[in-house]
Design a protein around this ligand. Sequence first.
Ligand code: BTN
Length: 244
Amino acid sequence: LGHTGEYHDLIGSTNDRAKELAASKVPEGFLVSANGQTAGRGRLGRSWNSPSGQGLYFSLVLYPNLPPVELPGLTLLAGLALAQTLEVLGVNVQIKWPNDLLINGRKVAGILTEIAAEAERTIYAVVGIGINIEPLAEEVKSSFAYPATALKEHLPEVSRQSLLALFLERFEKLYEEFKKGEFSWSLTEYKRRMAFLGEEVMIITGDREYRGVLHDLGEDGSLIINDGKTIKRFAAGEISLRRK
Ligand code: BTN
């Protein structure tokens, strides 16, 4: 992954560009990266603050030969690969399901996976990653939907190139295993880093809220919540998780 690609000083959104390129069949692993984005996007229709030089913003084009229902797993793997990368560099991170990376409870990175599919077939998947690198100004911090932090507040000497290279190497390994159906080891690794496990949480879907204890991670990567009476499963999608 990442052997071919293009770099932009400033772009709307690397995910949008990657989707365009995926539709025209660039090779698997094609990397779109940018120094800044003017229309960075996050999950749930949010925007992703992407000032020039302040973060790492990139997207990967993938053609997983898997039915679309299995793709939420891919997004978990990207989160796990990024968590492992940051650990190798020397910071401890937690993963807020499905794939926000937290350092001491504050969000340092987010992942937006977008797919194109027809019926049971995946046409492409774009995995977009945004990492806050440079220390954030207070007014920027407060503009995030979730308390935020930046990598340099924890790792002053971090190099973007080595971070990206390590991530690509790590993610490639997990992706190859995932395509072969070897997912359970990764889920165990994911769960070891999962935030709020055993704690009271709130699940917010479009128009409803559920409360309960974050009980477990399902073998398909779903979130399992115990509200004292029933056990509910949530698939990654248009939902968000909060500590109560
Ligand atoms: C989230 O936490 O909601 C996901 C944020 C994903 C941001 C990255 S930055 C690179 C790529 N291009 C985008 O427009 N979004 C993703």
